[in-house]
Design a protein around this ligand. Structure first.
Ligand code: BGC
Length: 699
């Protein structure tokens, strides 16, 4: 059956057309005081039952039900979760669809590269386009809320959902998440998730994340703040506990930080089940909507209000927040101008291909093994070359109308090159020997990592390592392509391989994009949004079975730099087929006041022979700080395109506020009057960076 048609006729026409247009028209599209006044006027017209029903979800459909079209009577409509709305007053339903790599699940939507691949583009403008495409598809399917972006910080590379997020650095996560949010919200409500400190899967619903206030403010939440500054309409709370209560019942996290300090005026939705254990505590903490059902809200919350245990003010606040966003986003002409024909249409799939191309990171290229130009035959090895490998099969799963595997991509794009392929180790040697070049596709799939299950190991399987060693010994022109959602360790084989490319899970157009890069039709330009360790024992232990995890110290590149450890590949690292040179670092002054800004500029030249793109990165170090700080931290980045011989000046603006630390005694951000270092270059590697220094002094 044609599922798109089903959604169109049942969900869109059925549910939305039933709402009285006059009330809706009067409220939708309004902003500011007028909207607030109207919402105030609407509250007394709602019964307590109606208010609580607005705060309590109705179970959507399971993946299987959506896939087969077998919806339970009266339930679902093909959404991941929804509310019923209040028809007589023209209050629309909330209708949610997942998720972070395109609209899920089981609709034939565009499958983009996973979040971490898009993080590797270091390209917020491109990410905004991805958000806009996903937002459009959500709306064309009749929903009004996309359960994305996922912006949890990658604390340890073995976290099962690493692929859904953009990486390990809070500034980078914030820039990418905010861009996606802006894009989505051209069409529907976005939902940055999972708030907060959601870093393990195996015990995700029970673990207590213990974090001190400074770390919470500086490391685990600033990226959520950036999404709020980008006007995110909603936020999803996480499953884990935070310093005791469930994150969704943590008053400090929701009411004080999110709503009070950041001025968030949207609504907070719980994660889907197991995210709450006490409705009264949740309502007091400021959780506005329980999903997917009103297990702790619903009748229980009503009884608590009747008994005086839950304040009516908390209920009114939640309803106000939900109405505010619904009327901002959902008008009576909601489905006008949107057509399901554009879902996974040429514009969106071309975007998926462009993003995949820009996400791939060239990690090694000795002797310019890549690109594979001037060859007549190519051996392709490894089962992942022909596997449908789009990433996790959890809530972020997307099932596009077609997908191009790596082998299919090479077949389509390698004209004039004879391809041979084998998944088996026994044929590998002969194939590699008899070809002009060999590429091994290795890495992970949904069995190794995903929602609900963390990675067990950081390296490849023995079988894959053997395959790589065999190929590298048989043919000097050997490249390895790694697929996966996080850092992979490469002990015992990486030195034997001259060329290495990280492809992540590259989405429905991934095979085409990879072929373009391997064959030299496109120039790689991705950068690592996470550090790649040499061995797992360089890291702190991953406590994914513990009932309580204490987060302290540094993680990612900050950990490596603080300990003086050498990673396999540093944060921000990625090569190109051309060469770039950074020079002429200039700072606008030697000193800025606490309220001031510094302008930093640098010249980037393409000194190679082909056009390419580079990501200029700006880091700040705190040599004079009185509190413990990382050696340096990313504070800015820009992607630039350069023709051969071309030079461009890149300018960054750094405000003194970006240098602040959170003072737990004063409960306030403090900008220290002290000396700072600025580093600019193509990666976080010290040798790659130009350095300058300046002072902050005076107000
Ligand atoms: C996931 C969320 C997702 C929700 C709805 C949960 O299990 O953690 O990320 O949006 O399910 O599918």
């Amino acid at each position: 059956m044609d599922r798109r048609k089903f959604v169109k006729t049942t969900a869109v026409a059925g549910a939305i057309a039933a709402v009285p247009n006059s009330v809706w028209s009067a409220l939708s599209g309004l902003g500011g005081d007028e909207l607030e006044r109207k919402i105030k006027g609407l509250l007394p017209q709602l019964s307590l039952d109606e208010k609580i029903s607005l705060m309590s979800g109705v179970l959507g459909n399971t993946a299987k039900e959506i896939a087969t079209g077998a919806f339970r009577p009266g339930q679902g409509h093909g959404y991941t979760g929804y509310t019923v709305g209040v028809e007589r007053l023209g209050i629309p339903q909330v209708k949610c669809l997942d998720g972070p790599r395109g609209v899920g699940f089981f609709y034939k939507t565009t499958c983009f590269p996973v979040g971490i691949g898009r993080g590797a583009t270091f390209d917020p403008a491109l990410e905004e386009k991805v958000g806009a495409a996903a937002g459009y598809e959500t709306r064309a399917l009749g929903a009004n809320m996309l359960l994305a972006p996922c912006i949890n910080l990658l604390w340890h590379p073995r976290w099962g959902r690493a692929q859904e997020s953009y990486g390990e650095d809070t500034h980078h996560l914030g820039m990418m998440g905010a861009a996606f949010t802006r894009g989505v919200q051209q069409h529907v409500m976005a939902c940055p998730k999972h708030y907060a400190v959601n870093n393990v899967e195996d015990t995700r619903t029970t673990v207590d994340a213990v974090v001190d206030e400074r770390m919470l403010r500086e490391v685990f939440t600033p990226h959520f703040h950036k999404c709020i500054e980008a006007q995110a309409a909603t936020v999803m709370s996480s499953y884990n506990h935070l310093n005791g209560p469930k994150a969704g019942q943590n008053k400090h996290l929701i009411r004080e930080i999110l709503k009070q300090d950041w001025g968030f005026d949207g609504f907070v939705v719980s994660d889907w089940g197991s995210a709450m254990d006490d409705g009264v505590q949740a309502a007091n903490a400021g959780l506005d909507l329980e999903m997917p059902t009103g297990k702790f809200y619903g009748a229980k919350l009503k009884a608590a209000v009747d008994e005086g245990k839950a304040p009516v003010a908390a209920i009114d606040e939640a309803v106000t927040r939900m109405l505010r966003q619904l009327f901002r986003f959902v008008g009576p002409d909601y489905d006008q101008g949107y057509t399901q024909k554009n879902i996974a249409g040429p514009e969106h799939t071309a975007l998926a291909r462009e993003v995949a191309r820009k996400s791939m990171v060239l990690l090694k290229n000795e002797g310019q093994v890549l690109p594979f130009t001037g060859i007549k035959s190519l051996a392709v090895l490894g089962r992942l070359a022909e596997q449908d490998n789009l990433g996790d099969h959890g809530s972020s799963r997307v099932t596009p109308p077609y997908k191009v595997t790596i082998l299919q991509g090479l077949k389509k794009n390698a004209s004039g090159i004879k391809l041979s392929y084998s998944a088996s180790a026994t044929e590998a040697e002969a194939l590699a020997k008899n070809a002009d070049a060999v590429v091994v596709i290795a890495g992970l799939d949904f069995n190794d990592e995903g929602e609900g299950h963390d990675r067990k190991v950081m390296g490849l399987s023995e079988e894959q390592i053997e395959l790589i060693k065999t190929a590298a010994a048989a043919n000097k022109r050997c490249a390895v392509v790694l697929v996966g959602g996080s850092a992979i360790t490469m002990e015992g084989w990486v030195e034997q391989v001259p060329a290495l490319l990280m492809a992540w899970y590259p989405g429905m157009e991934g095979g085409n994009a990879l072929a373009e890069i391997l064959l030299g039709q496109a120039n790689p330009s991705g950068k690592l949004p996470i550090v790649f360790p040499q061995r797992e024992d360089q890291l702190f232990p991953f406590e994914n079975k513990a009932a309580k995890v204490e987060y302290k110290g540094f993680h990612g590149y900050r950990w490596f730099e603080n300990k003086g450890l050498k990673p396999l590949f540093p944060f921000g690292f990625g090569l190109s087929y051309t060469e770039f040179k950074f020079g002429n670092l200039k700072l606008s002054g030697k000193s800025i006041p606490k309220s001031g800004k510094l302008t930093v500029s640098v010249d980037v030249a393409n000194i190679g022979e082909r056009a390419g793109e580079e990501v200029a990165q700006l880091y700040v170090g705190y040599p004079g700080s009185v509190v413990e700080r990382p050696v340096k931290e990313l504070k800015g980045f820009q992607r630039i395109a350069l023709d051969p011989g071309q030079t461009k000046t890149v300018t960054f603006e750094l405000s003194a506020r970006d240098l602040a630390y959170y003072d737990t005694v004063k409960s306030a951000w403090q900008v220290e009057e002290s000396g700072y270092n600025v580093y600019v270059g193509p990666s976080s590697l010290k040798e790659d960076l130009l350095m300058g220094s300046f002072k902050v002094s005076g107000a």
